[in-house]
Design a protein around this ligand. Structure first.
Ligand SMILES: [Zn+2]
Ligand SMILES: [Zn+2]
Length: 344
């Protein structure tokens, strides 16, 4: 019998508890890990505040968390790529590999996706805000560079989201890119656009801290979308909506030039007015970006080489035993960008 681990568990809106959970038994291809660092994501905050993320509703206690690094404690008999003591990046995405989407190469749209820390399926896919957990080897990538911190390694997942959003924009090489929202995902979009050769990357937000973060990760300019909106109009090839706000989407729609492309990566309110005729008359492309599809390894590589530096985004690290405080801190956008939980 595996000994129980303490996990941060959501029982519904604003009902966060620290409870013992028993990690599943170690199969031949499984790896037992201790939590390295686990970032609190916008979707975790939605579960915490509202007990749901869009259509995904908490129906049984859910351990949230899908942006984590870990340290290997034990390995199953058939495991070859990692060994005890290794520090690993964890891909939270486990597509079935068999459905039409998987076989067509769009694994992030899998019909039977098992995505960690998500209530999209029932029983829920339990996440990583736990002292210890068991994962299949195939979802782990060892990071051997000793100077790269567990906090940085845990940023591979949100970076993969930014990379996927830019991928959905088509080639941004030599193009002018606007990102609305300077939170973690917005900043990851900035990093991804720069990596992909964008000529100019501008971030728009309505608060000082996100704008400061955007500059810290390399945005060429960071402007107030509420007061400086006119400076943004009709001058971008691509706009990436990462704020999850109707006003931000409106900014994107006026900021792109005719024939431009808008990528929605943020979760917008369920109902909102949409100027569909502008999309038609200006021949805009409007596309969605959902999670990531194959960009995870690229994200790990960029972090392990420090080709990109995600450290400015990590605003606090709190032990798992202070999870409630960490969630409250993460909700405060004036003080937080990425808050991470670490093992006690
Ligand atoms: Zn996330
Ligand atoms: Zn599938």
């Amino acid at each position: 019998m595996t000994k129980p681990a303490i996990a941060c568990t959501l029982h519904g809106a604003l009902d966060l508890r620290l409870t013992p959970v028993a990690p599943r038994a170690l199969g031949p291809h499984d790896v037992k890990l201790k939590l390295g660092a686990g970032g609190i994501c916008g979707s975790d905050l939605h579960y915490y505040q509202h007990g749901r993320v869009g259509a995904f509703v908490i129906r049984e206690p859910l351990v949230p968390g899908h942006e984590a690094s870990g340290v290997v404690e034990a390995t199953g008999s058939a495991v070859t790529r990692v060994k005890a003591g290794d520090r690993v990046a964890i891909d939270p995405s486990h597509p079935c590999g068999l459905c039409d989407y998987c076989r067509g190469g769009r694994m992030n749209l899998c019909r039977k996706m098992y995505f960690l820390g998500s209530a999209s399926i029932f029983p829920h896919a339990q996440g990583l805000f736990s002292q210890a957990f068991v994962m299949p080897e195939r979802q782990l990538t060892p990071v051997t560079e000793a100077h790269i911190t567990l906090g940085e390694i845990a940023c591979a997942e949100p970076l993969s989201i930014g990379l996927h959003a830019v991928q959905r924009a088509g080639s941004v090489f030599g193009k002018r890119v606007l990102v609305t929202g300077g939170g973690t995902i917005g900043c990851m979009c900035v990093i991804a656009a720069r990596l992909s050769g964008a000529a100019e990357v501008v971030v728009a937000d309505i608060a000082p801290r996100p704008l400061e973060m955007a500059r810290a990760v390399g945005a060429d300019a960071a402007v107030r979308s509420d007061t400086d909106a006119t400076t943004l109009a009709d001058r971008f090839d691509v706009a990436l909506e990462a704020a999850g706000a109707a006003a931000a989407l409106a900014t994107c729609l006026t900021a792109v030039q005719r024939g431009g492309r808008i990528v929605q990566v943020g979760t917008l309110p369920a109902e909102l007015p949409f100027p569909a005729n502008s999309v038609m008359a200006r021949e805009l492309d409007y596309v969605g970006a959902f999670r990531a599809n194959g960009e995870f390894d690229q994200a790990v590589q960029a972090i392990r080489t420090r080709r990109v530096d995600v450290r400015p985004l990590i605003s606090a690290q709190l032990p798992l035993s202070r999870a409630q405080e960490a969630f409250e801190l993460a909700l405060d956008r004036s003080r937080s960008t990425k808050v991470q939980l670490v093992a006690d």
